[in-house]
Design a protein around this ligand. Structure first.
Ligand code: FES
Length: 191
């Protein structure tokens, strides 16, 4: 077991009294905080995360709306959807190229990048490792420039596909759609 897999447990700084003692959600909130810090978009992403009150109402909501206009190219935020963390990555041209080149690789779980995205610029995947459910590290980690799950060393590419390690499947793409140019709706497919 790699060290640091759960290191975010030690840096709890959540100050909201509304937080319930729910392990998954605490993991998510802290991950969101550290992921945002890591990519330096605190100014852009904090208002959203701060304003999200983890009430039962929110948890049971079928959809999550995200204003993606503040996410710069190459940056990623983590948002809650039905109590699960979701990575929303604004892919750079290099990240898109890398994902498309991966189509030709020998993939453990074959799927083209085109099958996994609606717009090439946006990758939307559940931040839940398909091995045993850890939250993978933020974009730019692992051997394929995507997401490393340090729990047992699963490497995902910039399309969220498993490329190396014990995870049996690609990161799950939830149903989603773009309501308009800047509004991503997770949990709902386009009619
Ligand atoms: S949970 Fe085992 S590698 Fe991710």
């Amino acid at each position: 077991m790699a060290s640091g897999a759960h290191s975010h447990h030690h840096s709890t700084t959540i100050d909201s009294p509304a937080i319930e003692p729910d392990e998954d959600r605490r993991d998510f909130l802290i991950l969101a905080t550290s992921a945002v810090g890591a990519v330096g978009v605190a100014g852009a992403a904090w208002p959203f995360i701060r304003s999200w009150s983890p009430s039962a109402d929110v948890l049971s909501q079928a959809t999550t709306e995200v204003d993606v206009s503040a996410i710069a190219e190459g940056q990623m935020i983590t948002v809650p959807w039905q109590g699960k963390p979701v990575f929303v990555l604004h892919r750079s041209p290099q990240q898109i190229k890398s994902a498309q080149e991966g189509d030709k690789a020998s993939l453990p779980s074959p799927q083209t990048d085109g099958e996994r995205v609606i717009k090439p610029e946006w990758l939307v995947v559940l931040a839940i490792c398909t091995h045993l459910g850890c939250v993978p590290q933020a974009i730019g980690t692992g051997e394929f420039g995507g997401f490393l799950c340090p729990c047992h060393g699963s490497h995902y590419d910039t399309s969220g596909r498993i490329r190396k390690g014990p995870a049996p499947a690609n990161l799950t793409v939830p149903a989603y759609m773009f309501k308009d140019e800047k509004t991503l709706v997770i949990g709902k497919a386009k009619e």
